[in-house]
Design a protein around this ligand. Structure first.
Ligand SMILES: [Zn+2]
Length: 369
Protein backbone atom coordinates (compact mmCIF):
# COMPACT_ATOMS: atom_id res chain seq x y z
CA UNK A 1 0.00 0.00 0.00
CA UNK A 2 1.24 3.50 -0.84
CA UNK A 3 2.37 5.54 2.16
CA UNK A 4 0.70 8.89 2.59
CA UNK A 5 1.53 12.11 4.42
CA UNK A 6 -0.18 15.34 5.33
CA UNK A 7 1.02 18.52 3.61
CA UNK A 8 -0.28 22.09 3.79
CA UNK A 9 -0.96 23.12 0.21
CA UNK A 10 -1.91 26.40 -1.41
CA UNK A 11 -4.45 25.83 -4.18
CA UNK A 12 -5.03 29.45 -5.20
CA UNK A 13 -3.90 32.95 -4.27
CA UNK A 14 -5.84 34.67 -1.48
CA UNK A 15 -7.14 31.40 -0.09
CA UNK A 16 -5.89 29.62 3.05
CA UNK A 17 -3.63 26.60 2.69
CA UNK A 18 -5.45 23.32 3.21
CA UNK A 19 -4.21 20.10 4.79
CA UNK A 20 -4.10 17.50 2.05
CA UNK A 21 -3.23 13.82 2.22
CA UNK A 22 -0.84 12.95 -0.60
CA UNK A 23 1.69 10.15 -1.31
CA UNK A 24 5.07 10.26 0.47
CA UNK A 25 7.57 11.01 -2.32
CA UNK A 26 10.29 8.55 -3.33
CA UNK A 27 13.76 10.17 -3.33
CA UNK A 28 15.51 10.25 -6.71
CA UNK A 29 19.10 8.91 -6.87
CA UNK A 30 20.77 12.08 -5.55
CA UNK A 31 17.99 13.04 -3.12
CA UNK A 32 17.08 12.09 0.42
CA UNK A 33 13.70 11.81 2.10
CA UNK A 34 13.48 13.98 5.22
CA UNK A 35 10.92 13.57 7.99
CA UNK A 36 10.31 17.26 8.73
CA UNK A 37 10.36 18.11 12.46
CA UNK A 38 10.21 21.90 12.24
CA UNK A 39 10.02 24.55 9.54
CA UNK A 40 10.80 28.20 10.21
CA UNK A 41 8.46 30.86 8.89
CA UNK A 42 9.77 34.16 7.61
CA UNK A 43 7.74 37.37 7.88
CA UNK A 44 7.87 37.74 4.11
CA UNK A 45 6.01 34.44 3.57
CA UNK A 46 2.64 36.21 3.66
CA UNK A 47 3.82 38.56 0.91
CA UNK A 48 5.12 35.72 -1.22
CA UNK A 49 1.83 33.89 -1.03
CA UNK A 50 -0.43 36.90 -1.51
CA UNK A 51 1.45 39.56 -3.44
CA UNK A 52 4.49 38.11 -5.20
CA UNK A 53 2.80 37.44 -8.53
CA UNK A 54 1.77 41.10 -8.68
CA UNK A 55 4.88 42.70 -7.21
CA UNK A 56 7.53 40.58 -8.92
CA UNK A 57 5.93 38.78 -11.88
CA UNK A 58 9.39 37.82 -13.19
CA UNK A 59 10.06 35.73 -10.07
CA UNK A 60 8.12 32.44 -10.35
CA UNK A 61 6.31 30.62 -7.54
CA UNK A 62 5.85 26.86 -7.34
CA UNK A 63 2.89 25.60 -9.37
CA UNK A 64 -0.40 25.16 -7.51
CA UNK A 65 -1.32 23.20 -5.50
CA UNK A 66 2.00 24.22 -3.94
CA UNK A 67 3.79 23.17 -0.76
CA UNK A 68 5.58 26.17 0.68
CA UNK A 69 7.97 26.20 3.66
CA UNK A 70 11.45 27.73 3.39
CA UNK A 71 13.49 26.56 6.39
CA UNK A 72 12.91 22.89 7.19
CA UNK A 73 14.88 20.73 9.60
CA UNK A 74 14.33 17.07 10.35
CA UNK A 75 15.64 13.53 10.22
CA UNK A 76 16.76 11.71 7.09
CA UNK A 77 14.62 8.62 6.62
CA UNK A 78 15.70 7.28 3.25
CA UNK A 79 18.50 8.04 0.79
CA UNK A 80 18.67 7.69 -2.99
CA UNK A 81 21.09 5.18 -4.51
CA UNK A 82 23.68 7.83 -5.50
CA UNK A 83 23.79 9.56 -2.08
CA UNK A 84 27.23 9.16 -0.52
CA UNK A 85 27.70 11.24 2.62
CA UNK A 86 24.28 11.19 4.27
CA UNK A 87 22.54 8.26 5.95
CA UNK A 88 19.15 7.50 7.47
CA UNK A 89 18.91 8.88 11.01
CA UNK A 90 21.04 11.96 10.30
CA UNK A 91 19.65 15.20 11.74
CA UNK A 92 19.70 17.85 9.04
CA UNK A 93 18.77 21.39 8.09
CA UNK A 94 17.62 21.56 4.47
CA UNK A 95 18.89 24.69 2.78
CA UNK A 96 16.25 25.69 0.23
CA UNK A 97 18.85 26.97 -2.25
CA UNK A 98 18.40 24.99 -5.45
CA UNK A 99 20.35 25.53 -8.64
CA UNK A 100 21.18 23.67 -11.83
CA UNK A 101 24.43 22.21 -10.46
CA UNK A 102 26.25 22.20 -13.78
CA UNK A 103 26.69 25.77 -15.04
CA UNK A 104 29.96 27.67 -14.59
CA UNK A 105 28.71 29.36 -11.39
CA UNK A 106 27.47 26.12 -9.83
CA UNK A 107 30.60 24.18 -10.75
CA UNK A 108 32.75 26.83 -9.09
CA UNK A 109 30.71 26.55 -5.88
CA UNK A 110 28.68 29.74 -6.30
CA UNK A 111 25.21 28.25 -6.57
CA UNK A 112 23.51 31.53 -5.70
CA UNK A 113 24.93 33.00 -8.93
CA UNK A 114 23.22 30.32 -11.03
CA UNK A 115 20.52 31.60 -13.40
CA UNK A 116 18.26 28.87 -12.01
CA UNK A 117 18.77 29.98 -8.38
CA UNK A 118 15.53 29.16 -6.59
CA UNK A 119 14.52 29.17 -2.93
CA UNK A 120 12.57 25.96 -2.57
CA UNK A 121 9.16 26.32 -0.95
CA UNK A 122 9.32 30.10 -1.41
CA UNK A 123 10.04 31.86 -4.71
CA UNK A 124 12.62 31.85 -7.45
CA UNK A 125 14.95 34.77 -8.01
CA UNK A 126 15.12 33.88 -11.66
CA UNK A 127 12.75 33.73 -14.59
CA UNK A 128 14.19 30.30 -15.33
CA UNK A 129 13.39 29.03 -11.84
CA UNK A 130 10.11 27.38 -12.81
CA UNK A 131 12.04 24.37 -14.04
CA UNK A 132 13.64 23.98 -10.59
CA UNK A 133 10.25 24.19 -8.83
CA UNK A 134 8.96 21.43 -11.10
CA UNK A 135 11.91 19.26 -10.12
CA UNK A 136 11.62 20.06 -6.38
CA UNK A 137 7.92 20.36 -5.54
CA UNK A 138 8.15 19.66 -1.79
CA UNK A 139 8.57 22.48 0.76
CA UNK A 140 8.77 22.30 4.54
CA UNK A 141 5.08 22.63 5.43
CA UNK A 142 4.73 18.89 5.03
CA UNK A 143 5.43 15.75 7.08
CA UNK A 144 7.99 14.62 4.51
CA UNK A 145 10.00 16.25 1.77
CA UNK A 146 12.71 15.23 -0.66
CA UNK A 147 15.90 17.27 -0.96
CA UNK A 148 19.15 16.98 -2.90
CA UNK A 149 22.15 15.83 -0.88
CA UNK A 150 24.04 19.05 -1.77
CA UNK A 151 21.47 21.13 0.16
CA UNK A 152 21.87 19.37 3.51
CA UNK A 153 23.60 20.68 6.62
CA UNK A 154 24.28 18.08 9.31
CA UNK A 155 23.17 19.50 12.63
CA UNK A 156 24.55 18.55 16.06
CA UNK A 157 22.49 17.13 18.93
CA UNK A 158 22.68 20.41 20.89
CA UNK A 159 20.92 22.30 18.05
CA UNK A 160 17.16 21.83 18.28
CA UNK A 161 15.03 21.47 15.15
CA UNK A 162 13.29 24.73 16.08
CA UNK A 163 16.64 26.54 16.24
CA UNK A 164 17.68 24.94 12.95
CA UNK A 165 14.48 26.34 11.43
CA UNK A 166 16.10 29.73 11.94
CA UNK A 167 19.15 28.87 9.85
CA UNK A 168 17.87 30.80 6.85
CA UNK A 169 18.12 34.10 8.69
CA UNK A 170 21.26 33.15 10.55
CA UNK A 171 22.90 31.99 7.35
CA UNK A 172 21.87 35.08 5.41
CA UNK A 173 23.48 37.17 8.16
CA UNK A 174 26.55 34.92 8.21
CA UNK A 175 26.89 35.22 4.42
CA UNK A 176 26.69 39.02 4.74
CA UNK A 177 29.36 39.06 7.48
CA UNK A 178 31.60 36.86 5.30
CA UNK A 179 31.09 39.22 2.37
CA UNK A 180 31.99 42.09 4.71
CA UNK A 181 35.24 40.32 5.61
CA UNK A 182 34.25 40.45 9.29
CA UNK A 183 36.87 39.26 11.73
CA UNK A 184 38.64 39.80 15.04
CA UNK A 185 39.41 43.36 16.06
CA UNK A 186 36.91 44.97 13.70
CA UNK A 187 34.02 47.29 14.34
CA UNK A 188 30.78 46.81 12.41
CA UNK A 189 27.66 48.93 12.15
CA UNK A 190 24.40 47.02 11.77
CA UNK A 191 21.51 49.08 10.50
CA UNK A 192 18.25 47.51 11.66
CA UNK A 193 19.92 45.61 14.50
CA UNK A 194 16.66 44.68 16.28
CA UNK A 195 15.21 42.75 13.34
CA UNK A 196 15.64 39.10 12.46
CA UNK A 197 18.75 39.64 10.35
CA UNK A 198 20.08 42.31 12.73
CA UNK A 199 20.00 40.19 15.89
CA UNK A 200 21.39 37.20 13.98
CA UNK A 201 24.24 39.35 12.61
CA UNK A 202 25.00 40.53 16.13
CA UNK A 203 25.19 37.05 17.65
CA UNK A 204 27.34 35.78 14.77
CA UNK A 205 29.51 38.92 14.67
CA UNK A 206 30.34 38.52 18.36
CA UNK A 207 31.29 34.88 17.72
CA UNK A 208 33.48 35.91 14.78
CA UNK A 209 35.52 38.11 17.08
CA UNK A 210 34.33 41.63 16.29
CA UNK A 211 35.63 44.04 18.91
CA UNK A 212 32.55 46.19 18.79
CA UNK A 213 29.15 46.18 17.17
CA UNK A 214 27.21 49.40 16.67
CA UNK A 215 23.55 49.06 15.88
CA UNK A 216 20.58 51.20 14.98
CA UNK A 217 16.86 50.56 15.32
CA UNK A 218 13.53 52.15 16.15
CA UNK A 219 12.19 50.20 19.11
CA UNK A 220 13.85 51.26 22.36
CA UNK A 221 12.98 48.10 24.28
CA UNK A 222 14.38 45.88 21.56
CA UNK A 223 17.52 48.02 21.35
CA UNK A 224 18.03 47.46 25.09
CA UNK A 225 17.60 43.72 24.65
CA UNK A 226 20.19 43.65 21.86
CA UNK A 227 22.67 45.65 23.97
CA UNK A 228 22.15 43.18 26.83
CA UNK A 229 23.53 40.37 24.64
CA UNK A 230 27.05 41.79 25.24
CA UNK A 231 26.89 45.18 27.02
CA UNK A 232 30.68 45.77 26.78
CA UNK A 233 30.85 45.23 23.03
CA UNK A 234 27.53 46.55 21.72
CA UNK A 235 26.44 50.20 21.35
CA UNK A 236 22.99 51.09 20.10
CA UNK A 237 21.38 54.23 18.76
CA UNK A 238 17.76 55.05 18.08
CA UNK A 239 17.13 56.04 14.47
CA UNK A 240 15.92 59.66 14.29
CA UNK A 241 18.25 60.61 17.18
CA UNK A 242 20.71 62.23 14.77
CA UNK A 243 23.07 61.11 12.02
CA UNK A 244 24.01 57.43 12.26
CA UNK A 245 27.08 58.02 10.10
CA UNK A 246 28.36 60.79 12.40
CA UNK A 247 27.63 58.60 15.44
CA UNK A 248 29.63 55.68 13.97
CA UNK A 249 32.57 57.98 13.23
CA UNK A 250 32.45 59.56 16.69
CA UNK A 251 32.71 56.12 18.31
CA UNK A 252 35.72 55.14 16.20
CA UNK A 253 37.91 58.19 16.77
CA UNK A 254 36.74 59.74 13.49
CA UNK A 255 37.97 56.76 11.50
CA UNK A 256 34.69 55.02 10.69
CA UNK A 257 33.61 51.41 11.03
CA UNK A 258 35.16 48.56 9.04
CA UNK A 259 31.83 47.66 7.50
CA UNK A 260 28.12 48.38 7.53
CA UNK A 261 25.52 45.61 7.33
CA UNK A 262 22.36 47.20 5.97
CA UNK A 263 19.52 45.03 7.30
CA UNK A 264 16.74 47.59 7.06
CA UNK A 265 13.18 46.70 6.21
CA UNK A 266 11.51 47.12 2.84
CA UNK A 267 9.72 50.24 4.06
CA UNK A 268 12.79 52.09 5.35
CA UNK A 269 13.71 55.37 3.64
CA UNK A 270 16.85 55.30 1.49
CA UNK A 271 18.16 58.31 3.46
CA UNK A 272 18.72 56.04 6.49
CA UNK A 273 21.04 53.80 4.54
CA UNK A 274 22.73 56.73 2.83
CA UNK A 275 23.53 58.25 6.23
CA UNK A 276 24.95 55.03 7.71
CA UNK A 277 27.12 54.40 4.65
CA UNK A 278 28.99 57.59 5.50
CA UNK A 279 30.02 55.98 8.79
CA UNK A 280 32.30 53.49 7.05
CA UNK A 281 36.06 53.98 7.00
CA UNK A 282 38.23 54.39 3.90
CA UNK A 283 38.33 51.03 2.16
CA UNK A 284 35.36 49.81 4.16
CA UNK A 285 32.45 47.74 2.93
CA UNK A 286 28.71 48.29 2.86
CA UNK A 287 26.82 45.01 2.57
CA UNK A 288 23.13 45.11 1.67
CA UNK A 289 21.09 42.26 3.05
CA UNK A 290 17.75 43.97 3.65
CA UNK A 291 16.33 46.61 1.39
CA UNK A 292 14.91 50.09 1.41
CA UNK A 293 11.73 51.52 -0.03
CA UNK A 294 13.28 53.44 -2.92
CA UNK A 295 16.35 53.77 -5.11
CA UNK A 296 19.49 54.73 -3.23
CA UNK A 297 21.27 57.88 -4.43
CA UNK A 298 24.97 57.07 -4.18
CA UNK A 299 27.74 59.66 -4.30
CA UNK A 300 30.02 57.70 -6.59
CA UNK A 301 32.82 60.29 -6.32
CA UNK A 302 32.89 59.63 -2.58
CA UNK A 303 32.76 55.88 -3.26
CA UNK A 304 35.80 56.21 -5.52
CA UNK A 305 37.78 58.60 -3.29
CA UNK A 306 37.22 56.51 -0.17
CA UNK A 307 37.48 53.20 -2.04
CA UNK A 308 34.33 51.96 -0.42
CA UNK A 309 32.67 48.80 -1.72
CA UNK A 310 28.90 48.46 -1.95
CA UNK A 311 28.01 44.75 -1.97
CA UNK A 312 24.71 42.92 -2.43
CA UNK A 313 24.47 39.71 -0.40
CA UNK A 314 21.90 36.99 -0.68
CA UNK A 315 21.51 33.69 1.20
CA UNK A 316 24.57 31.53 1.99
CA UNK A 317 26.19 28.26 0.96
CA UNK A 318 25.42 24.89 2.55
CA UNK A 319 29.10 24.83 3.53
CA UNK A 320 28.61 28.10 5.46
CA UNK A 321 25.55 26.48 7.04
CA UNK A 322 27.82 23.65 8.16
CA UNK A 323 30.23 26.18 9.70
CA UNK A 324 27.37 27.64 11.72
CA UNK A 325 26.32 24.15 12.85
CA UNK A 326 29.90 23.60 14.05
CA UNK A 327 29.83 26.92 15.94
CA UNK A 328 26.69 25.73 17.71
CA UNK A 329 28.21 22.33 18.46
CA UNK A 330 31.28 23.91 20.08
CA UNK A 331 29.29 26.54 21.97
CA UNK A 332 30.86 29.38 19.97
CA UNK A 333 27.40 30.72 19.22
CA UNK A 334 24.51 30.57 21.64
CA UNK A 335 21.05 30.50 20.10
CA UNK A 336 19.21 30.55 23.42
CA UNK A 337 18.10 34.12 22.66
CA UNK A 338 15.47 32.70 20.31
CA UNK A 339 11.98 32.46 21.75
CA UNK A 340 10.08 29.79 19.87
CA UNK A 341 6.44 30.09 18.94
CA UNK A 342 5.38 26.67 17.76
CA UNK A 343 2.37 26.00 15.53
CA UNK A 344 1.05 22.61 14.42
CA UNK A 345 0.70 22.18 10.67
CA UNK A 346 -3.07 22.65 11.03
CA UNK A 347 -2.40 26.24 12.15
CA UNK A 348 0.02 27.17 9.39
CA UNK A 349 -2.28 29.94 8.11
CA UNK A 350 -2.57 31.51 11.57
CA UNK A 351 1.19 31.24 12.01
CA UNK A 352 1.89 33.10 8.77
CA UNK A 353 -0.61 35.87 9.42
CA UNK A 354 0.35 36.15 13.12
CA UNK A 355 3.94 37.09 12.36
CA UNK A 356 3.18 40.79 12.65
CA UNK A 357 3.09 40.41 16.45
CA UNK A 358 6.65 39.19 16.75
CA UNK A 359 9.23 40.50 19.19
CA UNK A 360 11.71 41.70 16.57
CA UNK A 361 14.59 39.34 15.93
CA UNK A 362 14.05 37.44 19.17
CA UNK A 363 10.86 35.61 18.15
CA UNK A 364 11.15 32.41 16.16
CA UNK A 365 7.98 31.20 14.45
CA UNK A 366 8.06 27.53 13.56
CA UNK A 367 5.57 25.09 12.13
CA UNK A 368 5.78 21.58 13.55
CA UNK A 369 4.46 19.14 10.89
ZN1 LIG B 1 23.86 26.55 -12.18
Amino acid sequence: MERTMVAARLHALHTPMTLDTIPVPKPRPNDVLVNVKACGIVPNMGNVINNWMTWFPHQPLPKFPAIFGLDPAGVVEEVGEAVINVKPGDRVYVSPLRSCGSCQACRSGHRSLCRYYTLNGYFSTSRDGQRIFDLHPYGGFSEYMTAPEYALVNIPDNLSFEQAGRFGYLGTSYGALKNAGAGPGQVGLIDGITGTLGVASTVLGLAMGLSRILGTGRDENLLKRVKALAPDRIEVMKLDDGSTGDWAKSLTGGEGVDFVISALGAKAPAATMQDSMKGVRRGGKVVVVGGVAEDLPVDVKWLMDEQVQLIGSNWFTAAQGQEMAEMVRTGTIDLSYLEHRRFPLAQVNEAISGLKDRDGGFSNYVVIP
